[in-house]
Design a protein around this ligand. Sequence first.
Ligand code: BEZ
Length: 237
Amino acid sequence: MTAQRSAAPVFRRFIQVPAEQPRLRLGSIAPNFQAKTNQGDIDFHQWLGDSWAILFSHPADFTPVCTTELGAFAKLKPEFDKRGVKMIGLSADDLGSHNEWIADINEVCSTNVTFPIIADKDRKVAFTYDMVTEDDMQNIEKKGLPFTIRSVFVIDPAKKIRLMMIYPASTGRNTAEVLRVIDSLQTGDKKGVVTPINWNAGEDVIVPPSVSTEDAKKKFGEVKEVKPYLRYTNVGK
Ligand code: BEZ
């Protein structure tokens, strides 16, 4: 169950949003929604199926930083496929705009955007996933509907939110970091290990405190004990 909190009344005056806004936490179920995408209407949970996924948002179509981000994510689709991760973008414009913008992205970035992009003109998904700034939320009357910020949600096959990244509109994300955290989560799930600072797939991982060194040696083979609480091993890629 996802905990709920009341929607800001000012937001509700301008947007047809549910009375409650889900409280998003690591481990909570990613809220379901229905939306239009450039590849057809979706029910988010049905679209997820039992796959890993990333849901990533953008402020607006035809904006420079977003264009570089979408192009970079599109080029890396084979890497996400390799990890069994579906991709879905979101931008706060309509489908006609999305289709024209995708043509631009493909031209400018020499790529082919093949994952769906949600048209969130009314900010319903942005509201549900809290992809808005405090300033925009407080000034809807003056500024109009809020921009969507740059969020990334990593969702696992049980539909649980496993990781959230929240970037301001001014800062483009790092696609390598998105892949890196997915590698960490999937390696942790498969092998029962945790990963240190700046870890990349294939490098030494850490034996979690809940596992004794004796059990870790049985499970992983070599274990390097730097301190009784800091023990490294290698589980391959
Ligand atoms: C951009 O994608 O370039 C952008 C979007 C909104 C605000 C600032 C930059």
